[in-house]
Design a protein around this ligand. Structure first.
Ligand code: PA5
Length: 426
């Protein structure tokens, strides 16, 4: 479902010849839980080992909620929301015609945004899913208070109780305590799965079920990736080695993930978190950045083509089959001179842009390009590609000799903020 095309890099052979015993050794550390961060490897076997009973219960509650609501407010930040939003956009598109709309809150402290959402849901039937592994993160915590209060005001405590679901630790944290106290349904984020690796847990699955996404197909995709990655000569590790060499041997500092599909924008945000939080430590790692083309060809495209050299390389997601396609309409008068395009579909024109830009960036601009060929953009592809990236990120982190599963840098700002806000104990 994903092919890593390295033909535009100029050193494909070096990547294919990379010492397999090194990769095997790193993979063994991962699978046998003997490497750095081994307490957080629950996600590896999760596509097959997920809690089936909890999964059925989530489905039941999601289908009940779908009947009653127009909007699901998804409260969460970082790993507790990015994967859900990436899936929602990639699978359902940016303007889905499904009955239930997902709106993301708790990922910002912007009062202007929160007020707008409050006004928006005033006359809507809504429910809330609050995802926080620690249960103590400030952004989702204070947003949840606002929307919980609104829901209770509008519908009363009894109905609100049926419309609020928490996804959190099985026993610890303020959110767990609050939920037990209020009688809210809770689903579990397993101890050994960190935020950015948690989209296949209730963090991602529950809101996606409420949104009507085929999560069975999504999990099938992750299982297929699990199988395909059994062989060490796999496409995900090829990608990991390519970016590792670009970084450490050829001294590139930034990787720009490019998609030609608007509905993949949040996917690139998820990817940035995955690689940025996993690898950006001990003064190591590539800076993950992203663009949507052709949109950003009219902004960052200039820098990529002609700006400072040997700083960045591009990884292009080349989606072979769009969710929909349409033709450029014919116009008898042809005043805009565009009739020459009417024999082509938008996707064909988009693909032509992709080919032309690769040619321009690689040959004229001397910017290395890795191409990741994706079959399509449905739930199966989402599950497949997300698991694929998680595995490549884990191996990539081990190649750099860092712990890809912690995020000590994030804690620094959290503690500073608590101190400034005079949180008791800080
Ligand atoms: O990947 C991570 O671990 C982080 O991005 C967390 O998901 C984020 O900080 C939110 O934490 P929590 O789910 O505890 O509210």
């Amino acid at each position: 479902m994903i092919k890593t095309n390295l033909t535009f890099l100029g050193f494909e052979k070096e990547i294919l010849d990379f010492d397999k015993s090194i990769l095997k050794d790193l993979e063994n550390k991962l699978i046998d839980k003997k490497g750095l961060g081994s307490d957080f490897l629950g996600w590896i076997n999760w596509p097959n080992d997920y809690d089936k009973e909890e999964y059925s219960k989530m489905k039941q509650i999601a289908s009940r909620l779908r009947k009653d609501i127009d909007v699901l407010l998804v409260v969460g930040i970082g790993g507790s929301y990015l994967g859900t939003r990436a899936a929602d956009n990639m699978i359902r598109g940016l303007l889905p015609n499904d009955k239930v709309q997902l709106i993301y809150v708790g990922n910002t402290i912007s009062s202007s945004y929160i007020k707008q959402v409050l006004d928006y849901v005033e006359n809507k039937e809504f429910a809330i899913v609050n995802a926080s592994k620690s249960g103590t993160t400030t952004e989702p915590g204070i947003s949840f208070r606002v929307f919980q209060k609104k829901l209770i005001e509008k519908k009363g405590k009894e109905i609100a109780k049926k419309r609020i679901v928490a996804v959190t630790d099985k026993s610890k944290g303020a959110l767990k305590k609050l939920s037990l106290n209020e009688g809210y349904e809770t689903f579990v984020i397993p101890d050994d799965i960190g935020g950015r690796f948690s989209v296949f847990t209730p963090v991602g699955l529950f809101p996606l079920m409420v949104a009507g996404v085929d999560t069975d197909l999504l999990m099938k995709g992750s299982q297929k990736a699990f199988k395909d990655l059994k062989d060490i000569n796999n496409e995900a590790y090829k990608y990991a080695v390519a970016r590792y060499l670009l970084n450490t041997k050829y001294d590139y500092k930034t990787e720009v993930l490019v998609s030609y599909e608007m509905q993949m924008q949040m996917y690139t945000e998820w990817w940035k978190q995955l690689f940025g939080e996993s690898e950006g430590k001990d003064n190591k790692g590539l800076l993950p950045s992203s663009c949507i083309f052709s949109t950003d060809l009219h902004s960052l495209g200039q820098f990529i083509q002609d700006g400072t050299k040997n700083v960045l390389f591009e990884t292009i997601i080349d989606v072979k089959k769009p969710s929909y396609d349409l033709n450029v309409p014919k116009d008898d008068e042809d005043l805009d001179g565009l009739n020459y395009l009417t024999s082509k579909s938008f996707h064909e024109i988009n693909q032509t842009a992709l080919k032309g830009v690769i040619e321009a960036h690689v040959n004229t601009g001397q910017v290395p390009n890795i191409i990741l060929e994706f079959d399509k953009m449905d739930a199966e592809m989402f599950g497949y590609s997300i698991y694929w990236f998680m595995r490549s990120c884990a191996i990539s982190g081990y190649l750099l000799d860092i712990n890809p599963f912690d995020q000590p840098g994030v804690e620094v700002y959290k503690k500073n903020m608590f101190k400034l806000l005079k949180k008791p104990g800080f």
